[in-house]
Design a protein. Structure first.
Length: 95
């Protein structure tokens, strides 16, 4: 999700350059400092801490955010690693 984080970070910078305090607004809403908000966006992945903050802000569960992240990670792995794993890993014989 690194590329997505980079794109989101660039979009936030464009808003800031246009006079919209996007970083400050995000930081205030989720209860972190601006540098922490920037780090979260640049990292791109949803950590447990971020999931709790997003859940509190949006009135959802932290599990929702972690499940979305897990699903994204699994889809990426299937797309990039799936074919190689299918070729190289042999299924265990049934007992």
């Amino acid at each position: 999700m690194q590329a997505k984080g980079k794109a989101a970070s660039q979009e936030m910078m464009q808003l800031t350059e246009a006079g919209i305090p996007a970083w400050q607004m995000l930081a205030d809403k989720i209860g972190v400092s601006v540098p922490e908000a920037m780090k979260m966006v640049e990292k791109g992945a949803v950590s447990a801490d971020t999931a709790l903050r997003l859940a509190a802000y949006f009135g959802t569960s932290a599990e929702l955010w972690l499940n979305l992240q897990s699903e994204y990670d699994l889809r990426q792995a299937r797309r990039t690693l799936g074919p190689e794993i299918e070729r190289t890993v042999r299924k265990r014989p049934a007992a």
